[in-house]
Design a protein around this ligand. Structure first.
Ligand SMILES: [Zn+2]
Length: 466
């Protein structure tokens, strides 16, 4: 978009999700807007299905849909701008699916009705005032102001659009801003290898220095969350409705709680991964790295690696990890290139011979006695594969260690077991009833601090999977 003006800095669009702090009445009105948007969505699906049945062409283009909307009239409190954003969403989804089908990819046209559909408001239709935002509503309705739960992370004049949405039982405003790409004094020939991983989300190596970002907090969060969800399901399984049944009120409340917990877990992992990516970019800027060569994790879940490892790989959220890195690198003006990462963790960087895959984090070559950190070796091999990165056979002496995310607190509810006496659960809303009462409230496994030495804590306790 900035290509037309060569002097202007390049802009990238970034979105932050900000929770809304609302009175009950404001929340009701916001949900009303989302529900009206769901009505618009359902109206679009219905009219187009009818047309298909009568052998006509479905209406897809944004302009044509806008004309039909004018004939249709209003949807609740939803303003015309808000309703049009739903048309745009539908039209965009339709063309996206058509494009992917043309490329012989698997894609479905929008068919499913949804109760709540996000509403987007473009620049000029809403008003920002400190931590308050005025959202447009239909003509004749009272003004709708909402309050942001945290300050806007972008300057107000850079904000281009806001989207009202519901996720995990809460209302959010996704604020999209156009941010100019930063200018750092980077060395275009400066190359660093990046190894994505579970123990260390990012391991980075340049000629002079290395960086290891610890993922312990993310792993701890994942294990606690899994145990918690298993306990929930074990407790609620007998209330599960039969196929075709609606389910009891208790069951629906249980489902809502599960969704809330999943959303919270997802937010925590994503937040930690963003922190990790931020640290990596700060390191790269400090080392004046112009290009990051990243090991491509695609296809890693295709082969069966055993029950535990399969679960860990699926928990990893590598797509988000890579996307967070790409987004932040783009903003800092750093190029990212993907490199095939096969055999990079089992090749000796000194003598280039294959060695058996190391078990822990210690990389040891039996041929030339090379000793190093496995993830740094991986990062170094990734850089070497693309013909860049460190040239010396030794790993850098200077290795920074950073942490990402917050370790679950000792008082985290999920760390504690079902309390037999009170028949109440601290663990979610239900640990299995036959839990060992003599143990008290402390969980024997979830509360145990991980083994000392980040580098060795590779596998979780097997007993927990039995
Ligand atoms: Zn060797």
């Amino acid at each position: 978009m900035s290509d037309s003006a060569p002097a202007a800095p390049r802009l990238v669009h970034r979105t932050a999700h900000i929770r809304l702090r609302l009175t009950r009445r404001q929340a009701t009105r916001c949900y009303g807007l989302l529900r009206s948007a769901g009505d618009v969505w359902a109206w679009l699906l219905d009219t187009n299905r009818l047309r298909r049945q009568q052998g006509e062409r479905p209406g897809i283009g944004y302009q044509a849909l806008c004309r039909e909307l004018t004939r249709m009239g209003s949807f609740g409190e939803l303003s015309v701008a808000g309703a049009r954003s739903v048309l745009k969403r539908y039209s965009g989804a339709w063309f996206q699916a058509a494009k992917r089908r043309n490329q012989q990819q698997d894609a479905g046209f929008p068919r499913r009705k949804r109760g709540l559909v996000p509403v987007r408001f473009y620049n000029g239709t809403f008003r920002l005032q400190g931590d308050r935002v005025r959202l447009p509503v239909a003509r004749g309705q009272p003004e709708l102001w909402v309050r942001l739960a945290r300050p806007l992370p972008y300057p107000a004049e850079q904000v281009r659009a806001v989207t009202l949405l519901a996720d995990g039982g809460r209302l959010w405003l996704a604020v999209t801003a156009a941010i100019p790409v930063q200018h750092h004094d980077l060395d275009p020939g400066g190359v660093a290898g990046v190894d994505l991983g579970i123990i260390h989300p990012y391991a980075v190596v340049t000629q002079q220095a290395g960086l290891l970002v610890s993922g312990r907090a993310i792993r701890a969060e994942s294990y606690l969350h899994r145990n918690d969800q298993q306990a929930r399901y074990a407790r609620a399984a007998r209330r599960a409705p039969k196929p075709g049944q609606r389910g009891s009120r208790r069951w629906r409340r249980h489902r809502a709680r599960v969704r809330r917990a999943e959303a919270r877990h997802r937010r925590r992992v994503h937040q930690a991964q963003h922190q990790a990516a931020k640290q990596l970019i700060a390191f790269a800027v400090q080392q004046r790295v112009g290009t990051l060569l990243v090991g491509d994790p695609t296809g890693i879940t295709e082969k069966d690696a055993g029950r535990v490892q399969n679960w860990r790989l699926r928990q990893w959220r590598r797509t988000h990890l890579l996307q967070a890195l790409r987004d932040k690198a783009e903003l800092a003006g750093i190029a990212v290139r993907l490199v095939d990462e096969r055999s990079t963790s089992s090749t000796c960087p000194a003598c280039h011979r294959r060695i058996p895959k190391p078990k822990g984090r210690r990389f040891f070559c039996p041929h030339c006695k090379f000793l190093g950190h496995r993830d740094l070796v991986g990062a170094r091999n990734i850089a070497a594969k693309a013909g860049g990165g460190p040239t010396s056979t030794h790993l850098p002496v200077l290795v920074e260690h950073r942490r990402a995310g917050r370790t679950p607190a000792r008082r985290d509810r999920r760390r504690h077991l079902h309390d037999q006496r009170r028949r109440r659960s601290c663990l979610a809303s239900g640990h299995p009833r036959n839990a060992d009462a003599s143990r008290g409230c402390r969980s024997p496994d979830a509360g145990t601090p991980p083994a000392p030495g980040e580098d060795q804590a590779a596998l979780p306790n097997k007993a927990r999977f039995a």
